[in-house]
Design a binder for this molecule. Structure first.
Ligand SMILES: [Zn+2]
Length: 212
């Protein structure tokens, strides 16, 4: 990531605590001691540095999406290009379908009064609104209009992984549309096959997981 762009966090549901990147510390000098621990109201309970200014967005997601354990936000170029164009990323192929069960949606444009005050919290609310009719568990990513992607997962590592996959999918989708502006999403059967063999209740991709 460039300079201090982006941020990531994780939540402990049992403790009601969030661990998040500090504000404005470059990744190459960041140490675990720099991380900031807050409660789910955003109050710092551990750490000497200020939390990422996007903390209220992360907390809004943790409150609304009870099944997630981590959030990652980047300004990765291809995903951000789709966000800036305000175009959802269509599921053009099986790489997309392996991770996202449908298009990656774009939030609505925020009105100025939502930007003037509580901007980061309102960004979180805009994301939650974009998922009113979409299951956050099967599409763990969103494009915030004119801004960039937020991704989530079972923990901060899974959220960061999804952010990397999203960028790859966004890049491929960009080229797909360049090669054929009328390119169609993959068919429902192929989409379901790829998503469900990895994520469904009868998933069979990879190695059997040890039961915890
Ligand atoms: Zn940002």
């Amino acid at each position: 990531m460039l300079y201090t762009f982006g941020n990531a966090s994780g939540v402990s549901r049992d403790d009601g605590l969030v661990v998040i990147k500090p504000s404005g510390v470059p990744y190459d000098v960041m140490k675990p001691a720099h991380l900031v621990v807050t409660d789910l109201d955003g109050k710092v309970v551990e750490g000497d540095l200020r939390p990422s200014s996007d903390l209220p967005t992360h907390i809004a997601l943790y409150r609304a999406f009870q099944g997630i354990g981590g959030v990652a936000h980047t300004h990765s170029e291809y995903a951000t290009a789709w966000a800036q164009a305000r175009v959802p990323i269509p599921p053009f192929g099986t790489t997309h379908a392996d991770y996202f069960h449908g298009s990656v949606p774009v939030t609505e444009v925020m009105p100025d009064h939502q930007i003037a005050s509580d901007y980061e919290l309102n960004t979180g609310h805009a994301i939650v609104r974009a998922f009113q009719k979409i299951d956050y568990a099967v599409i763990p990513a969103v494009l915030v209009a004119n801004h960039g992607p937020f991704c989530w997962g079972s923990d901060s590592g899974a959220a960061a992984h999804n952010a990397v996959i999203l960028e790859s999918v966004a890049r491929m989708a960009f080229f797909t549309r360049q090669l054929n502006e009328d390119a169609e999403p993959l068919g429902r059967g192929l989409h379901d096959k790829h998503y469900l063999r990895k994520h469904g209740t009868t998933a069979y991709y990879g190695q059997a997981k040890e039961s915890k």
